[in-house]
Design a protein around this ligand. Sequence first.
Ligand code: GLC
Ligand code: MG
Length: 430
Amino acid sequence: MMNMNRRLNGSARLMLVSDLDCTMVDHDAPDNLSLLRFNALWESYYRHDSLLVYSTGRTPITYKPLRNQKPLLTPDITILSVGTEIMYGGGDDMVPDLGWQQFISHRWDRAIVVEETNQFPQLIPQAEKNQRPHKVSFKVDKVMALEIMNALSERLEKRGVDINIIYSRGVDLDILPKRADKGQALAYLLKKFNNEEKLPHDTLVCGDSGNDAELFSLPQVYGVMVSNAQEDLLQWYAENVSDNPDMLHATERCAAGIIQAIGHFHLGPNVSPRDLKDFRKCKVEMSSPAHEVTKFYLFYERWRRAEVEKSEEYMQNLKSVLQSSGIFVHPSGVDLPIHQCIDSLARLHGDKQGKQFWTWLDRLSSVQIGSNAWLVKFNKWELCENERRCCLTTVLMSSKGEGPDDFTWLHMHQTWLYGLEIKEPERWLF
Ligand code: GLC
Ligand code: MG
């Protein structure tokens, strides 16, 4: 049914379903550090056998700018518009689930909803970009919300339209078809996986506000409300699920709260490679080609920000990992001996010191192509101040087979993906 099923032959080890605003994304953290910590964790240890699902109130139109502003990984599935749109993929190639659209259209008539809501001047329509075929959204004062919700439901019932009203953050009021919300969209997906005998081993839902509540009502899922959760969700939690051991109110904000929940429920590795200052302390069993490239780029970032000391030893270590005959095909098309690139890197120590300079990897896949050869492919992002660039990167690696940590880089190839107007291509490294 979906391209990620080609990646996953069986059930996902973990299906992580997260809201975006104020859950995955912390709008109060300009450095996006906890999101970047999550990214490194996910790409190193989960991407190959787990599913990342975003579930947001945003529409396809308002989801896109968030992706451009924040270092969000590409999810496997994107649930948009408060559960009314399910899309497979999460990048520029999203494919809608038409079966879901059809299913939720039952006893839904948008025109009648609009007509009836016009009778309530207290309902302030949200911007056009927030309106969708199965989502009619308003702003309304908390004091009046409950009364209006009751009156509206009654009027629409009389007109034969079945609705679901979701109230969030003490201001947003969404009118959806009765069959749709974030929880029902996820239940539909889980049922679909079950029918294919691919039910995920574990599912973790993550949220912060009213429109996430339905995610937490599903049976057999773990749930985390991030520490910064809104009053409406906290109240719902206190009344409905506070004694459920599978639910957690994290003490950490946003993506850090998600990482905390992964640890709390023992769902898998919960130490982000970003949190390790000294990679020699990594557990050997964590080693893999995915982890290897993650470590490399974290070192690269810290080197350029001068967060690791300038030492010849580091450069020699890198050279010992990169085969001396190895070639780096630069995105401009020029190829260079890989050791020459290390010499250039040595000279750039600290050139990004004090700057917002970050790297992260997305859509990482690694395929074993021989008894000790691996092809690792990923999108490598680099952000400097406000400029972002992305390169599709392929690395050919061999493992010596002595220790699992013994990878040798044989060949590396990059192609520009986004941010084509590179002002100084000669400053681009790796
Ligand atoms: C998002 C949407 C908005 C919706 C709200 C609550 O902010 O943009 O339209 O009302 O979520 O679901
Ligand atoms: Mg939110």
